[in-house]
Design a protein. Structure first.
Length: 319
């Protein structure tokens, strides 16, 4: 059993289960509810409850007990693999594919496909074997997969320490100039499915937006999140009145109807991180999928600069 020790550094009260699910994005809030109920989480060396409100400088001790294997059957899927070694793999998640099983999910997920493609994942004792981070169902792009528990731990540490550089491509409404958005994000008080800007109680969130080109009232932007809050890019773009084209949750009512986008036009384009074992700085890129690329062409964008066929680089890269 492994143990992590954390200190809550926020200024506002936050529920324990919510805090842990944000710190460990590869694990669900439901998972932490179960771990807390079994006594595996202490706050200031005392037993805790999932609804406990954390105070500034509270010390949290989390034990991760061996997990029951998921009742999952491998499913054959076409999952492009950009890079693979004995410790990790970089794969492409297509749009419309859920990353992992959850309540109400009945169709095969990315994890089902990963279990088929990487046989070593079938032996991992994890609620989400291989997943270090996740993408929303309609978001396409690159993901890193850990092929053993040690690599999973080391990569997770990099994500928590904000040492992984993530670059997304998004098509947004209206002309947008370069801007860095610093606005705290928390669960919406009006709709629990959504996140929103919460200046007093939200978590620190920062995203840099860099325009690439504009056409027909839209701008293709590069988004570089410096933090990893749920729906961060989408919420920040809504906040500055440049929602992502095709976003049903954070878009402006009726604004997408004349454009008829295929989905939310958000793509995880690039990941840069230190290989946990070789210590080399690696950079991996994923070309735009056909639905995104064809929509841009229909809107008058030139996609040649971002359709780089070389998806693997061993040094820092840019668009």
């Amino acid at each position: 059993m492994t143990r992590d020790e954390l200190t809550y550094e926020g200024q506002e009260e936050v529920r324990l289960d919510r805090f842990l699910s944000e710190v460990y994005p590869s694990l669900s809030r439901n998972y932490f509810e179960k771990v807390i109920s079994k006594g595996h989480v202490l706050v200031n060396h005392k037993p805790s409850k999932k609804s406990q409100k954390l105070q500034p400088l509270d010390e949290i001790f989390v034990d991760f007990p061996p997990l029951d294997p998921l009742e999952l059957s491998p499913v054959k899927m076409d999952i492009p693999v950009y890079y693979e070694d004995e410790d990790l793999a970089l794969v492409y998640k297509p749009p419309k594919l859920v990353s992992h099983p959850a309540a109400g999910t009945h169709e095969p997920t990315l994890i089902h496909g990963l279990l088929y493609r990487f046989l070593e994942l079938q032996g991992l004792d994890s609620v989400r074997p291989g997943l270090v981070h996740r993408l929303d169902k309609d978001t396409s792009g690159i993901m890193v997969i850990a092929k053993n528990l040690h690599t999973h731990e080391l990569l997770s540490n990099q994500f928590r320490a904000r040492e992984v550089k993530k670059t997304y491509l998004a098509l947004v409404h209206r002309s947008l100039e370069r801007i860095e958005v610093n606005a705290q994000i928390g669960r919406s008080l009006n709709d629990r499915k959504k996140m929103s800007i919460q200046p007093q109680t939200g978590k620190e969130a920062s995203t840099l937006f860099i325009p690439i080109s504009s056409s027909n009232g839209c701008t293709l932007v590069k988004a570089l999140p410096k933090t990893g809050r749920t729906h961060q890019i989408r919420v920040h773009l809504q906040h500055i009145h440049h929602p992502i084209v095709g976003d049903p949750l954070y878009g402006f009512f009726g604004s997408d109807k004349p454009l008829n986008p295929p989905r939310i036009l958000l793509h995880a384009y690039n990941l840069e991180f230190i290989h946990p074992h070789t210590k080399k700085l690696l950079s991996f890129s994923s070309p735009l999928p056909p639905d995104f690329s064809l929509f841009l062409e229909r809107m008058g964008f030139d996609t040649s600069e971002i359709q780089d066929p070389t998806c693997y680089r061993c040094e820092n890269s840019g668009l």
